[in-house]
Design a protein around this ligand. Structure first.
Ligand code: HEM
Length: 526
């Protein structure tokens, strides 16, 4: 770490990693990384268990790491093992025996390459247009449940939206209807809670690397109870996904016309020797689509609706846009026309609202890579073995990258190029202090003519960008538009207002309201 220090990279305190109060163990660790970024700048380092971790939220440096990862996975790739075994944790839950999957496999894994290439066409523009009907159907069911539920009774909106995401992914990606939106307290909802909990267990294991060891010591009563719970959970999620994998496997490899879904594409994947995927790998890949897609999409919609509920002026402008499009339920229009796929592109304010919610609640806030050899990132030499923590949440919310970073201002997205940070920044580059770290490499990028870098990347960039991005975007916009056309949402008093919501916010792979988001769904016109 002396090599990092010598280059002027600031150091953040990492406390005692074994203490219960260690920063890494905090539920709101995404906010901690953001606060460190405000104090220290777009790049700094800290140490966990003697390992170097460099946190990056500077857009230019992040772009270089992602570019290196895409072009030279022999230099920068997904990490395995200590100090941040986040991707290993996925493997334990996705199949038995554990197998890598698209999200956890290193880019150098030849199967990752063929699977990623094989599955990507399932998310092509024509397939997403086709998927719209399924999203509409599932959203229609959710609307019916909300109407039955009534405005008085509390609703865990986040739980309901995970049911929605489970059904969408099941139907669109695997032609399986889990019917979770038929009964928000039924078996589908229980499956959602299990998937959410198993991801939380993985993150808790990562926060405390001693936990998996403790679990193997049955003579400790607490460890024993936890072990039983974790094993039961893992078995249930694996059984659910194995059942689906067997169904997909039994359908066999059909042509693209017959089966354009993720299932069909996975069944057509062949390795370099022309062999299909082994069954356990198929199982693991199916599991990861739900683990990567369900919570992310559900929480994104929840946070969007929560933010809208807290900003009456935004809500009014959104309602006006939906009204102008003939989509809003009003006294004069008790039966608004159905949303069409073509509407999504025209609802520009709605799209801005979703983007602004994704900026403030980047549901996938932390992305980890490792320098496999000594690499140069911007003006810095990063030694081999260093963990590179791309702090998407800090990038989206730091004052170095945004004006009024903590405000919910959808209007900022109406400007073109709002997704990019520009160099030099307004007011000129800072000479000293944290902001001096938020600059492009003066020799390589800035003088080389690169004057902008992406400061908004909820789905990441480069070769490991979210493969399900197009489905997630379409689902989010469709659902937000449909729900706000028929309902307004009010936070329940027992959430304790915005401070209570803030206190319940937790990082468990995703940023989530850890105990749910209780709201009242009030039918329009109200
Ligand atoms: C708003 C919703 C979503 C967000 C914000 C999101 C975000 C992300 C991010 C940031 C990554 C990169 C993770 C990393 O490298 O550590 C990722 C990867 C991935 N996502 Fe998403 N995602 C969303 C929805 C979905 C959906 C709906 C699916 C599938 C139906 C999906 C499937 C995947 C998969 C399989 C990967 C791994 C890709 C690879 O490394 O090749 N995601 N997602």
């Amino acid at each position: 770490h002396l090599a990092l220090r010598r280059q002027g990279i600031p150091k953040a305190s990492s406390g005692n990693p074994l203490a219960a109060s260690a920063p890494w163990k905090r539920r709101d660790l995404h906010r901690l990384g953001q606060a460190d970024c405000e104090a220290l700048g777009g790049i700094f380092y800290f140490r966990i268990l003697g390992f170097n971790c460099v946190q990056i939220s500077d857009p230019w440096l992040a772009a270089e790491v992602l570019e290196l990862g895409s072009r030279r996975p022999d230099l920068v790739d997904k990490p395995r093992g200590l100090p941040l075994p986040i991707y290993d944790c996925f493997d334990r839950g996705t199949s038995d025996p554990p197998q890598p999957s698209m999200i956890s496999a290193a880019a150098s894994d030849p199967l990752w390459r063929v699977i990623r290439k094989g599955v990507a066409p399932a998310f092509s523009a024509p397939n997403i247009r086709r998927a719209f009907a399924a999203v509409e159907e599932v959203t229609g069911r959710l609307l019916a449940r909300l109407r039955e539920h009534g405005a008085q009774r509390l609703l865990d909106l986040d739980g309901a939206l995970m049911c929605h995401a489970l059904d969408v992914i099941g139907k669109v990606a695997f032609s399986r209807d889990f019917k979770a939106t038929m009964d928000l307290n039924g078996p589908g909802a229980a499956a959602c809670r299990m998937i959410k909990e198993i991801c939380a267990v993985g993150v808790d294991d990562m926060r405390n690397p001693l936990r998996p060891i403790l679990r193997a010591m049955p003579f400790l009563p607490e460890a024993w109870t936890y072990r039983r719970r974790t094993l039961a959970l893992t078995r249930s999620v694996q059984a659910l996904m194995r059942d689906l994998a067997e169904e997909v496997h039994a359908r066999g490899a059909r042509s693209e016309e017959e089966d354009p879904t993720v299932a069909g594409h996975l069944m057509r994947v062949r390795d370099a020797a022309g062999r299909p995927l082994p069954f356990t790998r198929l199982w693991s890949e199916i599991s990861i689509v739900f683990m990567a897609g369900m919570e992310t999409t559900g929480h994104t919609i929840s946070w969007t609706l929560y933010l809208v509920s807290q900003h009456p002026a935004v809500e009014a402008r959104l309602a006006a846009e939906l009204d102008a499009a003939g989509l809003l339920l009003t006294r004069a229009r008790p039966r608004p026309r159905a949303l069409a796929h073509a509407d999504l592109g025209r609802l520009t304010y709605l799209q801005s609202v979703v983007k602004e919610a994704q900026r403030l609640f980047s549901v996938a806030p932390l992305v980890v890579r490792r320098a496999l050899r000594d690499v140069r990132v911007g003006q810095y030499d990063v030694p081999a073995g260093t963990c590179l923590l791309l702090h998407v949440y800090a990038m989206h919310t730091t004052s170095a990258n945004w004006s009024q970073p903590a405000e919910f201002l959808p209007e900022r997205w109406l400007e073109s190029d709002a997704e990019y940070a520009r160099w030099p920044p307004e007011g000129g580059p800072a000479e000293t202090g944290p902001a001096s770290h938020c600059s492009p490499d003066p020799e390589a990028s800035w003088q080389g003519g690169q004057t902008r870098a992406r400061r908004f990347m909820p789905f990441l960039e480069g070769s490991r960008q979210c493969v399900g991005m197009s489905l997630a975007r379409m689902t989010t916009a469709t659902t937000v538009a449909a729900l706000l056309s028929c309902f307004t949402f009010r936070l329940s008093d027992d959430m304790g207002g915005p401070e209570g919501v803030r206190a319940s916010e937790a990082y468990y792979v995703t940023i989530q309201p850890a105990e749910g988001l209780r709201m009242h769904a009030i039918p329009r016109p109200c």
